[in-house]
Design a protein around this ligand. Structure first.
Ligand SMILES: Nc1ncnc2c1ncn2[C@@H]1O[C@H](COP(=O)(O)OP(=O)(O)OP(=O)(O)O)[C@@H](O)[C@H]1O
Ligand SMILES: [Mg+2]
Length: 230
């Protein structure tokens, strides 16, 4: 059996004064899987993604990604881990509005200290591949929701992450833009990208995911493999 890319063991996350946001969650994800995390509001889905991304620390259990313990990393190492391993896409894009599309996309590579020539080549290729190259010099505020989300995906893929995490990537999009982003994520998965996405969008889960994990009250309520007939 191949090594899991993600290995969560007995992971809990408690905040003071409330019920645990996550309660003894164990989950493994193999390279190449596309997992959709479903569940009601407040069930712990974003918390789960943040722990995998090293943006938050569990109060119990271990988080291992690509063979490295993430839950014990200090700030600087966690940031380095994210730049090298993780691409993140959020519901509200989180693009920098005073940078052009191109500059948003190259930012992760610049932060990682990548060379300028290779960075420009990679960004150009991504923008072209995602059909947004004509907007490279525009500012994000001028783009549609679907276009902005494609910029966010380009930025997330800039450093060739082994893991793409997406939190409600179609949540803020209209029907047409949502369809665009669904197709994009499905294509990425078909090309071998490992994806973990949180969504309320049943269509996105059905089209893109090979597995759905239902989170209820901080626990995994079901974990279901979907037909791999794509
Ligand atoms: N920083 C925080 N401080 C205190 N409680 C928090 C914090 N972040 C999250 N929580 C709590 O943890 C629980 C899980 O939150 P989380 O954001 O993971 O839910 P979610 O499943 O992503 O919900 P949604 O679908 O609404 O995005 C919630 O009860 C939330 O109030
Ligand atoms: Mg959430």
């Amino acid at each position: 059996m191949t090594e899991p890319l993600i290995d969560l063991r007995g992971v809990s996350r408690r905040y003071d004064g409330g019920p645990p946001a996550l309660d003894d969650v164990s989950l493994t994800v193999a390279p190449g899987e596309a997992v959709a995390i479903l569940g009601p509001s407040g069930s712990g889905k974003s918390t789960l993604l943040n722990l995998i991304a090293g943006l938050d620390k569990p109060t119990g259990g271990t988080v291992t990604v690509g063979g490295t313990r993430i839950d014990t990393l200090g700030e600087a190492r966690a940031a380095k881990y994210r730049r090298a391993t993780i691409g993140m896409v959020f519901q509200f894009f989180n693009l920098l509005d005073d940078l052009t599309v191109f500059d948003n996309v190259v930012l992760p590579a610049q932060l990682a200290g990548a060379g300028r020539g290779e960075t420009t080549r990679r960004a150009t290729e991504l923008l072209r591949g995602l059909g947004i190259d004509r907007h490279a010099r525009a500012y994000p505020g001028r783009l549609s929701g679907g276009e902005r989300q494609r910029v966010a995906v380009a930025r997330a893929l800039m450093n060739r992450p082994s893991l793409l995490l997406a939190d409600e990537p179609t949540g803020a999009l209209d029907t047409a833009s949502g369809a665009e982003v669904r197709r994009l994520l499905t294509d990425l998965h078909a090309d071998g990208q490992t994806i973990v996405l949180v969504t309320h969008d049943r269509t996105l889960a059905a089209e893109c995911a090979t597995r759905t994990v239902q989170v209820v009250d901080g626990r995994i309520a079901s974990d279901t493999a979907l037909e791999a007939a794509r």
